[in-house]
Design a protein around this ligand. Sequence first.
Ligand SMILES: *[C@@H]1O[C@H](CO)[C@@H](O)[C@H](O)[C@H]1NC(C)=O
Ligand SMILES: *[C@@H]1O[C@H](CO)[C@@H](O)[C@H](O)[C@H]1NC(C)=O
Length: 281
Amino acid sequence: MEIYPWMFICCISLYNVKVSSAVTTGLRWVRVNVPQYRVPGETAMLQCDYDLGNDTLYAVKWYKDHEEFYRFVPKAKPQANWYEVEGVHVDVTKSDSRKVVIHSVSWKTSGLFRCEVSAEAPSFASAQSEAKMEVVELPTENPVITGVEEDYQIGDEINLNCTSGMSHPASILHWYINEQQIQKQEALIQYPVEHYQHGLVSSVLGLRFRLSSHHFRGGSMRVKCVASMMPMLFQSDRESVVQTQTLPLREALLLVKSSTSRNMASTVLAITLIGSIRLLS
Ligand SMILES: *[C@@H]1O[C@H](CO)[C@@H](O)[C@H](O)[C@H]1NC(C)=O
Ligand SMILES: *[C@@H]1O[C@H](CO)[C@@H](O)[C@H](O)[C@H]1NC(C)=O
């Protein structure tokens, strides 16, 4: 059944007007509660809340990107039906008129989930609500620093790139010099993400600065690139991803050591690329 905005507006305002006389009306609202992020392999519970008022439920239908994958019709036999949609494996035993449980989510599960609720005669009212769910693909590789030259001298321009491991969505990269995050926009060069199979992407962030003696603390400079997944994952308090998993930060470290050459005029800097890169937790 089609839903027209006026239907809903009409019912809400009708309700508001009549609420004082305690007269109930039909379907008032539908609201989905869909996890914003999931990690591959996890289970996702998608809830559909609604207030039918004095209406009788005809059907609850779930769609992913406009394709129906689950339907609950109280008067049908069986009441629940599910349809094959790529990446959506419904756990029928745990799903009902108020929720669907999807197990073993993968990148294919990401999408827009819509719940449509409709009422029986005489109202035939229907309403819907939708929300996006994204399945996060964590990077398995550390970021890589490229563009490193054999040696540098004070006054040289340093031009580096940091490329993150593949992930979905894109990793966020930050450069640090001596543990200080580089914020200056003129020092950072944002390149377009590189696309790979299955929607995986890697981010590239350039760093450009002129080497000066103040960069050296005790004869060395540490240049670090840290890759993290979306900061919202850490901020959002309604996300269980944050509570159940510590998303790893991955980093690449470059250590630049100063060594005074025989030629007293300049300081030659030797580069040590610390090969193995720590995985922070
Ligand atoms: C629900 O209440 C409204 C307003 O009183 C009424 O017009 C309608 O027929 C009722 N619907 C049902 C299914 O009882
Ligand atoms: C950094 O990467 C970009 C995009 O791939 C490339 O055009 C640029 O030449 C690279 N710079 C360095 C210093 O490697």
